[in-house]
Design a protein around this ligand. Structure first.
Ligand SMILES: Cc1cc2nc3c(=O)[nH]c(=O)nc-3n(C[C@H](O)[C@H](O)[C@H](O)COP(=O)(O)OP(=O)(O)OC[C@H]3O[C@@H](n4cnc5c(N)ncnc54)[C@H](O)[C@@H]3O)c2cc1C
Length: 394
């Protein structure tokens, strides 16, 4: 059913490994982990360690650092495949794969030598990025000319960080972070912020609450709290005051990866809708033989295929920008896939009738999961506004 424009032999082999991991390890555990009352308990180190053994955790790193050097298109295929099993599992690896890919490009040679071997060899190595704050969210996506509240003040040999970040995926699980903080008071965040490399366990850096989420519960999101946390000069990524150019330059595929995650949920829902339509008999025949239902299943397929094409195009162009990269591709594919997934979630529930509302049929979890990317990686409305600003700048 799932159409991919072109898959090489190497991509096919990688996807086969990921599919087996999803079937054998993720699917059997997902419902139970999702039901954990404590939000921290939805996360499974066992799954991370299994993914490590299979090379999934580090596949975006180049061979020099122990990875497979997967490009953005292949990585998006992997992220979608993981999300067909569970969205939270997809998110924890999507974040790690994305940030590893960025670290290899954005970190200095010295920073890479300090971080990448440790990350690569640690079976529990996870990565996170801390940008969002309670008062600074859509503001950094657009960007709106206000500062981050989290500040880093210059001191001898480094910076003293105070403030907090929230909603951070892998926040309580990561060993390394990219952290954005205001280093020039009085300037807007796009001009006066700096990107820092942050290690877990640095004095003055603690984990706050683990957020209790509606869905995507196999991933943890947490607060990062900074109280006079010293970060040395050698941990500045790029230049002081140039945090935003790091975001703009090294994250082109980030939105498409988020789209691939939610697309996997849409595919899982569609499969359920088709299966149910084949077995449920009303009006004297299986639902799938009723024209209204058949047409709706085809419309779902169209939304999935079109979203995937958009995501794959964005990924390929992110890696080959000379062939026509357009900045709206860094904002819109996720919004399209998230809208498609949400529509498919409500239609799948409708096709299941009352059964869709009963937890035992598994639709309820997927509906909660399908809501996750209406807001993650930017609220859709914010992303439309961002794209419009690119389109009508002059
Ligand atoms: C599951 C999950 C995982 C996340 N992971 C991370 C992470 O790893 N790292 C990280 O840094 N962040 C992360 N985030 C944060 C995420 O990027 C923000 O939640 C998102 O940007 C929205 O911020 P907000 O919830 O504060 O909404 P707000 O910014 O408060 O927006 C609220 C509403 O106002 C609208 N709005 C805002 N500004 C404007 C405007 N100027 N004009 C018109 N409408 C506007 C928005 O579109 C939205 O509808 C995550 C969030 C979630 C939910």
């Amino acid at each position: 059913m799932e159409q991919i424009f072109f898959v090489s032999e190497e991509q096919r082999a990688i996807l086969e490994t990921v599919r087996r991991f999803v079937e054998q390890e993720v699917r059997p555990r997902a419902a139970q982990l999702d039901a954990s009352p404590d939000p921290a308990d939805g996360f499974s180190w066992e799954l991370v360690e299994k993914a490590h053994e299979l090379g999934i955790r580090t596949m975006t790193l180049s061979e020099k650092w122990g990875g497979l050097g997967t490009d953005s298109l292949t990585t998006a295929m992997v992220i979608e495949e993981l999300a067909k099993g569970d969205i939270g599992v997809s998110v924890i690896f999507a974040q790690t794969l994305k940030i590893a890919q960025i670290m290899e490009k954005a970190l200095s040679a010295d920073q890479q030598a300090r971080v990448l071997p440790k990350f690569s060899s640690d079976p529990r190595g996870m990565l996170a990025i801390g940008i969002t704050e309670p008062d600074t969210a859509s503001n950094y996506f657009l960007p709106y000319p206000a500062p981050f509240r989290t500040s880093a003040q210059k001191t001898s040999g480094g910076w003293i960080v105070n403030g907090m970040k929230h909603f951070i995926s892998n926040g309580n699980r990561a060993s390394f972070y990219l952290l954005f903080a205001q280093t020039e008071a009085g300037k807007p965040l796009a001009e006066g912020s700096t990107c820092f490399l942050l290690e877990r366990g640095r004095p003055g850096f603690t984990i706050g609450r683990v957020h209790d989420k509606m869905g995507e519960r196999l991933a943890n999101n947490a607060e990062l709290v900074f109280q006079d946390c010293f970060i040395p000069d050698e941990n500045v990524v790029g230049q002081p005051g140039k945090g935003f150019p790091v975001l703009a330059q090294f994250f082109p595929q980030s939105n498409a990866y988020a789209g691939a995650t939610i697309l996997g949920v849409a595919v899982a829902l569609h499969r359920k809708a088709v299966e149910w339509a084949q077995v449920r008999v009303q009006g004297g025949k299986p639902l799938i033989e009723h024209d209204g239902i058949r047409a709706q299943l085809a419309e779902m397929r169209m939304l999935i295929d079109a979203s995937r094409s958009y995501i794959h195009r964005a990924c390929w162009l992110a890696d080959h920008q000379e062939h026509g990269w357009d900045k709206t591709l860094g904002a819109l594919p996720k919004a399209m896939a998230a809208q498609a997934a949400w529509k498919i979630a409500t239609w799948t529930m409708e096709i299941h009738g009352g059964h869709g509302y009963m937890k035992e049929f598994g639709i309820e979890k997927l509906v909660r999961d399908a809501a996750a990317f209406l807001h993650s990686d930017g609220v859709n409305r914010t992303l439309f506004l961002k794209a419009a600003n690119f389109m009508f700048k002059d």
